[in-house]
Design a protein around this ligand. Structure first.
Ligand SMILES: Nc1ncnc2c1ncn2[C@@H]1O[C@H](COP(=O)(O)OP(=O)(O)O)[C@@H](O)[C@H]1O
Ligand SMILES: [Mg+2]
Length: 248
């Protein structure tokens, strides 16, 4: 479903991604690990279409479409969802209104009419229960004043509402205590459909105890330098990245 070939990308004229190749089929979960500054968040942002990054070479095909030719909102409407390492705050816009706009934009893309207000409200209620999210959060401005745990739960709630087919979780586990981590992981697992695929960026094995990856990749200095099964994440937790660098 997602096929990345020889991807090179710059920010402010500095090359960060130096030839990434990655294929993720329907239903697969891929973990992405690597040292700080290796380019993991850059790769996620290029996939969602962040305009600060310039792609200089390579291609990304998503469900048969040239993803790089699509606008960020078209990519979201096509089913790509990213949970941010540092989620944005949108003062003055409630979660409810933000999600209504997002859900209806996606429906429009699919050729459907906007949702009726009453249907939207019942959908929100149902999904909110699914991820044990407090109703008060839904009426607050997007992410404004949310605690770390609330932001994460909110991201899972957004995922529940938008029903993406491709999810990127960028260090969704950072700063989470064990209970919050479990809520996020269980929420993700509950929402996941057989065809949902994901890239999970993490520094820790512990998230991968809850969400078992099919494949683990190591990204160092803008390239995927090693790929393995779930055991690779355990090796990295025990031994760090130096042994992989030495293999290069
Ligand atoms: N706005 C920017 N201008 C210049 N360099 C940047 C900018 N944003 C990120 N970088 C650099 O890009 C590299 C990759 O960053 P990032 O993708 O966030 O790494 P990771 O997520 O793997 O820790 C880092 O060296 C970082 O300093
Ligand atoms: Mg990062």
């Amino acid at each position: 479903m997602l096929e990345i070939k020889n991807l090179h990308a710059n920010i402010n004229g500095k090359e960060i991604l130096k030839g990434v190749d990655l294929t993720i089929r329907d239903g697969e979960i891929h973990a992405l690990m690597g040292t700080n500054g290796a380019g993991k968040s850059t790769l996620s942002k290029v996939i969602v279409g962040d305009p600060s990054y310039e792609v200089t070479e390579g291609s990304i095909i998503f469900d048969g479409h040239d993803l790089l030719a699509m606008k960020p909102e078209e990519r979201a409407n096509a089913g790509i969802f990213m949970s941010f390492q540092q989620p944005i705050e949108i003062p003055g816009v409630s979660m409810a209104n933000f999600l209504k706009a997002a859900v209806n934009a996606k429906r429009k893309y699919q050729g459907l009419d906007p949702m009726k207000a009453s249907d939207f409200l019942s959908m929100m209620r149902e999904k909110r229960k699914l991820v044990s999210m407090d109703s008060k959060l839904v009426n607050r401005s997007v992410n404004e004043g949310f605690s770390g745990g609330e932001r994460k739960r909110n991201e899972i709630f957004q995922m529940a509402m938008l029903e993406p087919t491709f999810c990127i979780l960028d260090e969704t586990d950072s700063g989470l205590d064990v209970d919050a981590l479990r809520i996020v992981a269980e929420g993700f697992n509950k929402l996941r459909k057989p065809e949902t695929s994901a890239i999970i960026i993490t520094h820790y094995q512990r998230l991968l105890d809850y969400i078992t990856p099919d494949t683990v990749h190591v990204l160092l200095d803008g390239r995927i330098v090693k790929t393995g099964g779930p055991e690779l994440a355990k090796q990295i937790e025990d031994n760090g990245f130096d042994w992989i660098k030495e293999e290069q």
